[in-house]
Design a protein around this ligand. Structure first.
Ligand SMILES: Nc1nc2c(ncn2[C@@H]2O[C@H](COP(=O)(O)OP(=O)(O)OP(=O)(O)O)[C@@H](O)[C@H]2O)c(=O)[nH]1
Length: 332
């Protein structure tokens, strides 16, 4: 019996983990046992920790690289480990700069093809910034192509963060998506919430009966991706990110900062910073807080994190030395 796989794609900070948490909750409510493969660009696993705090699903993590390029070989191994735990379905959350078609392609490798089947690709868009990406990243053709592929390959497109923009912007985004994908179901969402029954009910029926559900999609035919054996290095043209760099900033355990200091730091770096997330110690808080910088906004959430605090920064053309120096300076 093949395990159904749902791939969550979308640019950095668009709302993939938010969607994953909702999907995990709804899977559990239906009595399904999900497995999760999380891929993060940074060495530190922020999203996995967020999940641990909310759920008890089997989680495999692939850190410090993107499964569609540097971590391609490890993708198969991690999925095989998950399969051993006999989940009813597997969610793969990609990095924000991954091309989902390459993952779909990787799932056709011998060793995976017999044991899992790709069901759906869901792409989450950040309504506040999607229309700007072409101009923001105009000098990075690869990234622009990857963002387009995320829309093209999707079965579902969530136009997320709908609370932050006008309805005319949402209309424009929908038109923009339709230029690249005339088949996907497009839904406007807030906090990635949408009706998951069409996705999960057939999987539930499949898990119960073992019969192939007719609504399941068979592996998409991947016309645009050249098939490269997993042991080969990806060619430069198959890389999904180029000028993106990830830097982990340690937060001295004896120090505390204010929200305002951290928000100012994020805002001063916002030209190059696409995303930042991590656990920080605040002057007025007894416990570490989860800080998320996405779409040029900083979000705060309480957390149960008890390790050494840190912040992972993902940026384009990031001057790592200057970033680290200015970060250190915050604590002097
Ligand atoms: N206002 C608003 N905030 C949202 C919405 N969806 C998600 N967020 C917030 O945006 C931030 C990023 O959301 P995530 O779900 O972590 O985004 P992601 O795509 O997983 O991010 P990466 O893993 O870094 O690529 C979090 O602080 C979310 O709470 C939304 O619809 N509206």
């Amino acid at each position: 019996m093949k395990v159904p796989v749902i791939v969550l794609s979308g640019f950095l900070g668009s709302g993939k983990t938010t969607l994953l948490m909702q999907m995990l909750n709804e899977s559990k409510a239906r009595g399904l046992r999900p497995g999760v493969l999380m891929n993060e660009l940074g060495r530190q696993d922020v999203d996995g920790r967020i999940l641990d705090e909310h759920n008890g699903a089997a989680i495999e993590r692939l850190l410090d690289g993107c499964v569609c390029c540097s971590k391609k070989e490890e993708l198969a191994d991690s999925l095989k480990l998950l399969i051993k735990q006999q989940p009813d379905l597997i969610y793969i959350e990609l990095t924000g700069v991954a091309n989902p078609e390459e993952i779909a392609d990787a799932l056709t490798e011998p060793g995976l093809l017999e044991s899992m089947s790709l069901q759906q690709i869901i792409t989450v868009l950040d309504s506040e910034h999607t229309l700007e990406y072409n101009s923001i990243f105009s000098s990075d053709k690869e990234l622009v192509i990857t963002l387009r592929k995320q829309m093209e390959a999707a079965d579902y497109v969530l136009i997320n963060k709908a609370d932050l923009v006008s309805s005319s912007t949402l209309d424009k985004i929908e038109k923009h998506v339709r230029k690249y994908n005339d088949k996907a179901v497009i839904t406007r969402t807030v906090h990635s919430r949408f009706d998951l029954s069409k996705l999960l009910e057939p999987i539930k029926a499949y898990a119960r009966t073992g019969a192939a559900a007719s609504s399941f999609r068979i592996l998409k035919s991947i016309g645009t991706v050249s098939h490269s054996p997993a042991h080969q290095q990806p060619s430069p043209s198959s890389r999904s990110f180029s000028r993106i760099r990830t830097v982990t900033l340690p937060f001295p355990s004896s120090k505390r900062l204010s929200k305002a200091q951290l928000e100012r730091f994020m805002s001063e770096w916002s030209k190059h910073l696409l995303r930042a997330k991590g656990y920080v110690s605040l002057v007025d808080q007894p416990f570490a807080m989860l800080m998320q910088f996405a779409g040029k906004r900083t979000y705060w959430e309480p957390s149960e994190f008890q390790g050494a605090p840190y912040v992972v920064c993902i940026g384009i053309d990031l001057d790592q030395q200057r970033l680290e120096a200015e970060w250190k300076h915050l604590f002097t």
